[in-house]
Structures are given as C-alpha cells and as structure tokens.
Design a protein around this ligand. Sequence first.
Ligand code: IPM
Ligand code: MN
Length: 368
Amino acid sequence: MKLNIAVLPGDGVGPEVTREAVRVLRAVSDFCGYDFRFEEAPIGGGASVEFGQPFPPHTRERCLNSSAVLLGAVGGPQFDHLTGERRPEAGLLDLRHTLGCFANLRPAIAFPSIAACSPLRPERLTGANLMIVRELLGGLYFGEPRAIDQAGHQAFNTMRYTEHEIERVARVAFKLAERRTKKLISVDKANVLETSRYWRQVVTRVAKEFPEVALEHALVDSFAMNVITWPARYDVVLTENLFGDILSDETAVIAGSLGMLPSASIGGRVDLYEPIHGSAPDIAGKGIANPIGAIGSVAMLLRHTAKLHAEADSVDFAIEAVLKAGFRTADLLPAEQRAKAVSTEEMGRRIAEATIEALNSRMAYHAV
Ligand code: IPM
Ligand code: MN
C-alpha cells in the first residue's frame, strides 16, 4: 500500500495538530509495512506573507500530485492586514476548488466518556451520531458576482446552485445514509430562498434513486434548534455550504469540543482531510491544542481514500480508548482541572500507541 500525502500544516495550531495526525499515520504505515510518504507544503496566512499568495503554485502542484491532502488550519489576527485573494481563507477555498472536492463529511459523535464536556444533558446525548454532508464548492462562498462596492455604499454576494451541484452532493449523502440508519434530513431555507426551493426539488428527485432511505426536509432555523435539543434523533444531514459551516460548529457542542471534530472533503481529483476547527490563535504554539479532530481526519483518510477499513477502525477505536482511560487535553476539562491536561503531543503519542495495540489485537483475533 503506497500513499503520497501532502501535509499542509498552515497557521496557528495547524502545525501542532497535523504533527500528531502524521504520527498516527506513520505508526500505521510502519506497523503494517505500508509505504506512506509525507511531503509538507505551505498554505494560509504564513504562505501569503512569505510567497505573496495563500495557496502558492508549488503547493497546488504538490496537492494535485498526491493521493490525499491533510490540512491543519488557516488564519489568525496577525493576518488581518491581508485582503482579498491574499487572505488565508482564500487559500483554503482555492485549495478546495482546485481539488474539486464538493462533498464535505463532518461527523459528530457524542462519546459517552466525555459526555460531561458537553453542556447538553447526558441523556439527550446518548446515541448521538451525526453525519453532516456539507456542499463545499457552491452557494455564497463561490457565487458571482460578489463585491464591496464602496462607491455604491453596498456589498453583495450571490447564492447560486445548479442542478448538477445539488445532485452530486445529494447522492453522496444518500449513499452514506444507505449504509447508516437510512435516515436523511435535508436542511434549507425554502420558505424564503429560491436556491433552497430548487435544492428541495432536486433532492426530492434524487431520493427516488434511494427508495430505502427516508428523506425529510427541514428549515435551517428550526433545525438549528432541534439538532441541539434532540441530537440523537438525526443521522445524515445534507445541506448547502454556508448552512453546513454554521451547523457543523453547532454540532461540536454535541461532541464536547470543537477540537474533536474531523472532516473529509471528497468527490474531486484528490480528497482533502482537515479538522473542522480553526487556527485557534489564542492557544497556538503552546502545545495544548486537541489533536483528535486532526487524528479523526486521518482515520477518515484511511477509510475513504486508502480503503484501509481495519486501520481506520483501529484509529477510531484508539481515540475512544484513550478518552476512556481518562486522558484529556485542556479543552476537554473544566477550568479548575486544567492542571491535569495532557499536551497535544502526549495525546498524539497515546493514540498512536493505542492504534497499534488495536491493530495487534485484531491480528491476534483473526489468527485464532
Ligand atoms: C471551515 C472554516 C472555513 C469555511 C473557513 C476557514 C474558510 O470555517 O472549514 O468550516 O468557512 O469553510
Ligand atoms: Mn467553519
């Protein structure tokens, strides 16, 4: 098994968390005798300052020639002076667009061992296991025209969706739903927006290809309330770009911390994996960030890109085992217990070790 992984650490805590994700992948590669190679490239605010653009051509080249891209995070207040195409976030959007990955999978699971990290009542969290499928290349993020028109004292963005854009992401969501609990809720704002009314039409049509999946539609405002009130009632959530951005941060409350959530962006030339959290400039460089979102993202890489299901399951199992054993980064502890927190590196090492243990016992099991 050969994989060339482009590693784009980016800004803020990005380098710290991707280091641990790479540690876990290396451990898997060494243990299983695979040939995983890692090549770093710059992206984000740092790249913009150094190379004049947040997604420089050599990074683009490296990504397009890789089997998968692993990204840390981009942005930070030190880059606020950068405008337009030079903004760190513009680099990430350019990367997503270049790779063509239109379906962004953002799972949010309530692990029982850290239920106390969530402000939600534990009985509401029981069994919560959501999969947000966020459309990633359309809507307000990319629609033209867009501008700040100083002379006209106005600014505008365009929300636009084509049939093709809706169909392809809907199919990804329905296929996932078929393999999960066969429930899918499509979230829109069809009482106000034409794009949403069209979204609903197209999704309803695509649903006919998947007769086993029960489709429901919801309006984004009420869904935002319901998902946090009854998280265990939902499974696959299909939605457009901006709604998915907002709702996925909201579901982090179910998982207990934004640092917990991984993501996979698929469907294009090369798949992209990144934790959903940002660059967390307030804690950057301190070695205290939670690497689980990044490590969960490499579990998704092993599953979706490499089709190494046993290895992917072992990483997920290891994450839960380390949490069950009581190890916590600072974001998973109340303020008065932060002294007991483990560092980013310790969390990474423990998960890497637990992954190998899980792989070992799996082999022993199959040998019997
Ligand atoms: C995310 C982030 C990005 C987004 C930003 C950094 C461009 O918030 O991945 O959720 O809005 O998609
Ligand atoms: Mn976001």
